[in-house]
Design a protein around this ligand. Structure first.
Ligand code: UDP
Ligand code: MG
Length: 315
C-alpha cells in the first residue's frame, strides 16, 4: 500500500503527460514516502490514452491509469480517482502543468503539522484576468462569506487531503472545489499555503466564464445541504412563517381600514396579502415534505447527523 496517492484528471493533454510525470518524479524523489500516481483519462480524444499507456509501461509500480468511457467532466474524473486511491494521503493536481508538482512536498509538510486538508492558493495566477481571475476572486469571496470557510482559492486543484477528510460525501457537477467546505462540515482542520502557477504551454483550457454560473448554482446546493439537509423545515418553515405573518398582517390592516369606509377590494394590498398568506402556507408544507425526504436521505444511507474524531474508552 502506498502512503501517498496523487490523482490527476486528464482530458486532451497528450503533450503535457510526459513532462508532468518527470516533474512529479523529481518532486517526490527526495521524500521518503511510497506513492502511486493515478491518472484518470476523462474520455480524451487526442493521443492522451496512448501517452498514458506508455507511462504505465515505463513505471508500472507507480503509475495507474483509469480510462473513463467518455468525457464525464473534471469532478467526475477526480471522484473516480479518489474511489480507487489506496494511500492515506491524497493529493489532487491538474495535468496541464499549471500546478507545479514541486509544491507537493510543501503541502505534505503543512499537512503533517496536524491538518486534514491543505489548500493551494495560486497567488500569482496566470490565467485570463477578465474571464477567469476576476470571476474567480468574486466566487472565492462569496463562497467564504456563505460557508464561513475562509480560503482564497477554492478553484485551485492542487490540494492535499487526509483520506478521512474525503469520506462521507459524493461529488456532483463542478463540486470538487467545495471539498474543503464539506470537509469543514465534518470537522476537518484546514490550512492554506501559496503555490506556484504557470501559464498553460500545451493544449487548451477547457473552461471559460460559463463555469462561474455553475459554481454559483452549486453554492446554493452546498449551502442548503450543509445548513439545512437535516432540518429543512427551519429554512422552508422560517420563510413560510415570515410570509404568512406579513400576509395576515396586511389583510388585518385592510380589514381594520374598512371601519373608516376604505374598501379593501380595490386595493392592490389585497392581492399581496392573499398571495403572501398562501405562499407562506405552501412553503411550510414543502418544508414538511422536505423533512420526510431528509429522513429517507439520512436513514437509507445510515448516515449519522454527526461525525466522531476519536473515542477514548476501555474495551
Ligand atoms: N479536465 C478533465 N475533464 C474535463 C475538463 C478538464 O479531466 O472535462 C482536466 C484537464 O485535463 C486538466 C484539469 O481538468 O488536467 C483542469 O482543466 P483546465 O486546465 O482546462 O482548467 P483551468 O486550469 O483552466 O481551470
Ligand atoms: Mg489549467
Amino acid at each position: 500500500m502506498p502512503e501517498l496517492s496523487l490523482i490527476v484528471p486528464v482530458y486532451n493533454e497528450e503533450e503535457n503527460i510526459p513532462l508532468l510525470f518527470d516533474a512529479i518524479q523529481k518532486a517526490l524523489a527526495p521524500l521518503n514516502q511510497t506513492w502511486e500516481l493515478i491518472l484518470v483519462d476523462d474520455g480524451s480524444r487526442d493521443g492522451s490514452a496512448a501517452a498514458l499507456e506508455k507511462l504505465y509501461q515505463q513505471d508500472p509500480l507507480h503509475v495507474r491509469v483509469i480510462e473513463l468511457r467518455r468525457n464525464f467532466g473534471q469532478t467526475a474524473a477526480i471522484a473516480a480517482g479518489i474511489d480507487h486511491a489506496r494511500g492515506n494521503i491524497i493529493v489532487l493536481l491538474d495535468a496541464d502543468l499549471q500546478n507545479d508538482p514541486a509544491d507537493i512536498p510543501n503541502l505534505l509538510t503543512k499537512l503533517n503539522e496536524g491538518y486534514d486538508l491543505v489548500s493551494g492558493w495560486r497567488k500569482n495566477r496566470k490565467d485570463n484576468a477578465l474571464t477567469r481571475n476576476l470571476p474567480s476572486h468574486a466566487a472565492n469571496w462569496l463562497i467564504s462569506a456563505v460557508t464561513g470557510v475562509r480560503l482564497h482559492d477554492y478553484g485551485c486543484t492542487l490540494k492535499a487531503y487526509r483520506r478521512d477528510a474525503l469520506e462521507g460525501f459524493k461529488l456532483y457537477g463542478e463540486m470538487h472545489r467545495f471539498i474543503p467546505v464539506f470537509a469543514h462540515s465534518v470537522g476537518a482542520r484546514i490550512a492554506e499555503i501559496e503555490v506556484n502557477h504557470h501559464p498553460r504551454r500545451f493544449g487548451k483550457a477547457k473552461y471559460g466564464l460559463e463555469r462561474t454560473i455553475k459554481v454559483l448554482l452549486d453554492l446554493f446546493t452546498v449551502k442548503f445541504l450543509l445548513s439545512y439537509s437535516s432540518k429543512p423545515i427551519y429554512l422552508f418553515g422560517g420563510a413560510g412563517l415570515a410570509l404568512m405573518f406579513l400576509g395576515l398582517a396586511d389583510l388585518l390592516y385592510l380589514f381594520i381600514r374598512r371601519f373608516w369606509g376604505i374598501p379593501a377590494a380595490t386595493s392592490p394590498l389585497l392581492v399581496v396579502g392573499v398571495m403572501f398568506a398562501i405562499m407562506g402556507f405552501q412553503s411550510i408544507l414543502m418544508g414538511l415534505i422536505a423533512e420526510l425526504l431528509a429522513r429517507t436521505y439520512h436513514e437509507s444511507q445510515q448516515k449519522p447527523t454527526y461525525t466522531i474524531r476519536t473515542i477514548l474508552e476501555s474495551k
